[in-house]
Each structure stands twice: as structure tokens, then as C-alpha cells.
Design a protein around this ligand. Structure first.
Ligand code: F6R
Length: 607
């Protein structure tokens, strides 16, 4: 939540900061602000709303300076007002900072600071600015370090001071921070996307580190003021990958990216002849892999629905009992985990606070902890003892699409890797791999139907409630279809396993309550068909996702979207795509802000 950016170098800071904020806008977008230091004067401008509002406002002023900080906000403390927008000043108007995270003991700090401090906002961040200022005795970094030793909570922050026109101080605890290294310039941001235009060289700050950055030098310290040596890493994503490439929205682009990035996910990670997968990053010996007697998949939201598909793969292919745990529940229920448990944290951003905390808990209890992550160098990628990147490329729309399919791809390969050590034959492995290799072409066949799906979306867009039904491996597909629709169109939707309908939910059905059923040809086809007949009898409008060639599906429903046939285990990789396209078009037709739906943020870095 919230995106922060800082710049120091030879360029004019303002355009760099505004452009960077646009890249970070997916992290939060209820208000934004920028502060630039011009000689000894700090110009601060803030605006409620999207970055466009701020960009308009700064056009009206002349703001010069080659050092500055900026912030896009997703409100946690205090309402959405200009006063609450960052950057926040300390008491004397010389120190200004941007912050991502939550200062848990802000009330205590405020009390200790006493009545001499007057606050203009309701934020914890402004109190932090005053706290740092109260420790300031001429050395800004030391003031930050001393202040942070009194803070409980999480922070990624960048601090600027009018008396220090040649340096920015940045610090991290629990909120991501990346430093981009240019020629005589540095960028600091919540993730690497704002700096991709300028540099591919980055340094990841770790929890408990503070850096003092001038345009030619970066020095990093821990909170005990000891110097730390940092490595410069190279990132793979290019600037173009982060742009819309002609699509109206990032979400649509990312839906259409799926065939290509799916190939990126599996390439070089299997051996067809042996019917085996070999994901290098697992970092476990064969003995250790054989000793695993339980797998726990920890994730949130869409990633947790991908994990529910993964559960089928691990149980069917590897015969290992597998549980899916929503991260925010796992961490607080004293989970039973031991040294034979393998825990995978599954996350697009690699920064989801609950998932990080759950993985730390699992690690403390002695489990093998591995990551299945998209963002390279993210906290989960660095804190786990191995795992795999899903290679989906930058996912900028708030609603996750391509990360979901690639997470499933990686879990299929891991399940195969474990399965070949335990029970399945090379022939079974080969069948799975052949089917996996066919997935991109089959995804393309579905994408070719985008216009037809759009026409169907037009028919359903005005309903107020929708049911999604699936069974077996298609139940997670129903959950994901429902989440996609509700989060971007704001239409109320629910997902149920088909067999559960008659235990209550069927009472809701009427001519005004359509059902979207996933009825592809798998082992539960006949059961699902019976459930669909029950719905038909209640006259609810019915849209089916069915396997190509299933003519009966047409007679049973009002509308059908056909998908190519595949192995049952892989059905979610195809069946979810029409639901993504459906949700997208419904949301566009309703005039929603598809890439940045209300109340949501791309990476949920607060609990
Ligand atoms: C929904 C969506 C969220 C995320 C969830 C986990 O479209 O994007 O439900 O899946 O917040 O995020 P990551 O995968 O970054 O841990």
C-alpha cells in the first residue's frame, strides 16, 4: 500500500517523480504529493485523487530542483484529504518525509513529544516526521536512526532536509524499498518500476537498514550504525514490458500476455524424455524432498485460488497431503508445522504482509520454506530459502490475471518434480508435460473469442448479483471468476461448489440472479450437469463454460463459452481466462476504473 519515490542527481526532480508516481499508482491512489528542494526552500504540492490531479496542480507552479521525494497514498490512518496526503513536514518546515507502512505506537510517541508540537494531519507519518526532527542535531542520518529506535511498526521511508541539499536518507522495516543506481544519480522507490526507464541496476534495502544517499554515493548502515556492504543487482524487466503496449488497460494487456508468459514460466524447467521437471531453485536434496510428508500453500486472494489448484496437483501427482492456508489466518492459529513440512508462499508481489508474516512463522517452527513469486528481489523471494520465480513480467493492473496462471504452471512443475520421486511413471509425467506445452496455443484459442465474450458481457452487465459455480478443480476457478467480477465491476457475486447449492444458496436464485457455471468435461461433469439442471429449473439466467464439442451445453443454457479440451488438472489454466475477459468487459461497460478499482491496492503491505 502506498508508493514512495525519491530522486537525487542532475535531472530536474519533478518530472522524474511525477512519472515515477504514475508507475507506482497501482499501489495506492487516493491522494498523492511531491516535495522538491530548490536551494534551501522545499516546495510541497499535494492533491486528493489520482496522480493526474497532482500533475495538473504542479503545472501551475515553477518547481525547480534536482532532489525530491513523492508519494501515492492508500489511506490507513486518517481520511482521504489533502492534509493527510504525504509528504509530511516536521515542526519547523525544514524536514519532510514520505512513508509507506504503519507506525503502531504513534499515540505513545505523540504523547512523549508533548504539547509543543502541532499537527496538521491525522496521520502516523506526520508524528514520525516530528519525532525525527526532535532527534536532529545537525546529522540527519543519525536523527533518523535514533528516531527509528523508538518506533514500533513498519516503514519504508525517504527523508529530505532543507539544510542537507545533497542527501536523502532512506530506511526500511517491513515495507519494500529499492534503490536504483544511475550515473551520478540515485532513485529510491517502493519497487523497481519507476526507475526502469533510467537504470536496470538496483540495490535492495533489507529490514533494519538505513541508507544515506548523495548523487555520487550510497552508504548503508544498520540501526546500530555499523556500515553494511550492499550488492548491485541487475533487473531483467525492461521499460516496454511495463507499458500498456496499445491495450486500453493494463488488465487487458495482462490477460493477453498469458500465452507468452506461460511459455516463459515453463521453459527450460522440464525434460520431456524423462517426463520430469527440475526447478533449480528448490534447494532441497532428494532425501529432503522424500522426507516431506505435508505441504502447506500459503497465499492471499487470487494467489490462494491458484494454490487451491496446486493442492490438487500435489496430492494427485506427488501423493503428499496438501493444505491451502489463507495467510492472514495461518499466522494467528498456531499452525502445526514441523521439519517434515514444506511450506510454499505464493505471491505475485512478494510483498504481501500477511504472507510474509505467515512464512516467518513457518520458518520459526522449522519447516522448509520456499517461495513462488513474481517480483524479482521482493521480500518473499529474499527471505525464503529457495523457490521459483513465475516469470509473468510486471503485473500492473490491480486485479491479478497472468500471475495466477503462471503460479499454477509452477505448482504443476513442482508437483511433477515431487511426483517423479515418489509415485508417477515417466509416461504419466510425459502426458502432463505434453498437455502443459499445448496450453499457450489453447489459451490463444480462447483469447480469439474475446469479442464474443464481450457481447455476452453486455447481456449480463446490469444484474446486481451473480453466482459462480464449479466442482472439484473448477471450484477455485469459480472463486477466481467471482473475485475478478466483484473487485473490478463492484457487482455482488458469490462462488459455491456446485453440490453445495441445495444446502442453502439455491434459495437466492431467481430470474434476476444469473449463474455462471463451469461445466467442462472432467470426472465431475455428470454431477455438475445435474446441478446446472437444478438451476435451470429455477429460471436463473445461465452462462456456461463448456468443453468444445459439448453441444448439450447449448440446450441447457442461455449462453456458452467454449474452451479447448485439456487434462483435468490443467483445466483451470484455460477455464479462468473467459471469466477474466468477462469481468473485464462488464467493468469497462459499467465505466469502472478497471486497472485501479476503488478501495484496493496492488500489493497489500499492511496487515
Ligand atoms: C485479486 C488480487 C489479490 C491478490 C492478493 C495477493 O485480483 O490481485 O487478491 O491476489 O492481494 O497478492 P500477492 O499475490 O501479491 O501476494
Amino acid at each position: 500500500m502506498c508508493g514512495i519515490i525519491g530522486y537525487i542527481g542532475n535531472k530536474q526532480a519533478l518530472p522524474v517523480l511525477i512519472k515515477g508516481l504514475r508507475r507506482l499508482e497501482y499501489r495506492g491512489y487516493d491522494s498523492a504529493g511531491v516535495a522538491v528542494l530548490d536551494k534551501e526552500k522545499i516546495h510541497r504540492t499535494r492533491a486528493v485523487g489520482k496522480i493526474d490531479e497532482l500533475a495538473e496542480k504542479v503545472k501551475q507552479e515553477e518547481i525547480l530542483g534536482t532532489i525530491g521525494i513523492a508519494h501515492t497514498r492508500w489511506a490507513t490512518h486518517g481520511g482521504v484529504t489533502e492534509d493527510n496526503a504525504h509528504p509530511h513536514f516536521g515542526k519547523d518546515g525544514k524536514l519532510v518525509l514520505v512513508h509507506n507502512g504503519i507506525i503502531e505506537n504513534y499515540r505513545e510517541i505523540k504523547e512523549k513529544l508533548g504539547d509543543k508540537h502541532e499537527y496538521k494531519s491525522e496521520t502516523d507519518t506526520e508524528i514520525l516526521a516530528h519525532l525525527i526532527e526532535s532527534h536532529y542535531k545537525g546529522n540527519l542520518r543519525e536523527a533518523v536512526e535514533h528516531a527509528l529506535s523508538h518506533v514500533r511498526g513498519t516503514y519504508g521511508l525517504v527523508v529530505m532536509h532543507a539544510d542537507h541539499p545533497d542527501s536523502l536518507i532512506t530506511a526500511r522495516l517491513g515495507s519494500p524499498l529499492v534503490v536504483g543506481v544511475g550515473e551520478g544519480e540515485y532513485y529510491i522507490a517502493s519497487d523497481a518500476t519507476p526507475m526502469l526507464t533510467y537504470t536496470k541496476k538496483v540495490i535492495y534495502l533489507e529490514d533494519g537498514e538505513v541508507a544515506e544517499i548523495s548523487k555520487d554515493k550510497m552508504e548503508t548502515f544498520n540501526l546500530k550504525d555499523e556500515v553494511i556492504t550492499k550488492c548491485v543487482e541487475e533487473i531483467e524487466w525492461d521499460d516496454e514490458q511495463a507499458e500498456k503496449q496499445g491495450y486500453d488497460h493494463f488488465m487487458l494487456k495482462e490477460i493477453f500476455d498469458q500465452p507468452t508468459v506461460f511459455e516463459d514460466a515453463i521453459r527450460g524447467r522440464y525434460n520431456l524424455e524423462e517426463g520430469a521437471a527440475h526447478l533449480g531453485g528448490l534447494n532441497m536434496t532428494v532425501e529432503e524432498m522424500r522426507s516431506v510428508d505435508r505441504i502447506i500453500l500459503i497465499a492471499c486472494g487470487t494467489a490462494s485460488y491458484a494454490a487451491m489448484v496446486g493442492k490438487y496437483a500435489f496430492e494427485r501427482l506427488a501423493g503428499i497431503p496438501t493444505e491451502v492456508d489463507v495467510a492472514s489466518e495461518f499466522r494467528y492459529r498456531d499452525p502445526i508445522v514441523n521439519e517434515k513440512t514444506l511450506v510454499f508462499g505464493i505471491s505475485q508481489s512478494g510483498e504481501t504482509a500477511d504472507t510474509i508474516a505467515a512464512l516467518r512463522e513457518a520458518k520459526r517452527k522449522g519447516a522448509y520454506v520456499r517461495g513462488i513469486v513474481n517480483v524479482v528481489g521482493s521480500t518473499i523471494a529474499r527471505e525464503t530459502d529457495g523457490g521459483s520465480y513465475i516469470h509473468a513480467g510486471p503485473e500492473l493492473a490491480v486485479a491479478s490475471t497472468k500471475a495466477y496462471t503462471n503460479m499454477i504452471a509452477i505448482m504443476m512443475l513442482y508437483a511433477l518434480q515431487f511426483g517423479r520421486l515418489r509415485r508417477i511413471t515417466p509416461a504419466t509425467g510425459q502426458r502432463l508435460l505434453k498437455a502443459l506445452r499445448e496450453i499457450p496455443a489453447k489459451m490463444n484459442q480462447i483469447l480469439e473469442q474475446a469479442d464474443k465474450i464481450k457481447a455476452i458481457a453486455e447481456k449480463y452487465k446490469d444484474y446486481k448479483d451473480v453466482f459462480f459455480l464449479g466442482r472439484g478443480i473448477n471450484f477455485p476457478v469459480a472463486l477466481e471468476g467471482s473475485l475478478k467480477l466483484k473487485e473490478i465491476s463492484y457487482i455482488h457475486s458469490e462462488a459455491y461448489p456446485g453440490g453445495e447449492m441445495k444446502h442453502g444458496p439455491i434459495a437466492l436464485l431467481s430470474e434476476d440472479f444469473p449463474v455462471i457455471g463451469i461445466m467442462t468435461k472432467d470426472q465431475l461433469y455428470d454431477k455438475m450437469r445435474s446441478n446446472i439442471e437444478e438451476i435451470r429449473a429455477r429460471k436463473a439466467p445461465l452462462l456456461l463454460i463448456a468443453t468444445q464439442g459439448d453441444e448439450g451445453a447449448k440446450e441447457l443454457s442461455d449462453d456458452v463459452i467454449y474452451v479447448p479440451d485439456t487434462m483435468e488438472l490443467l483445466e483451470p489454466l484455460l477455464n479462468t481466462i473467459p471469466l477474466q475477459i468477462f469481468a473485464y468487459h462488464v467493468a469497462v461497460m459499467l465505466g469502472r476504473d478497471v486497472d485501479r478499482p476503488r478501495n484496493l491496492a496492488k500489493s497489500v503491505t499492511v496487515e
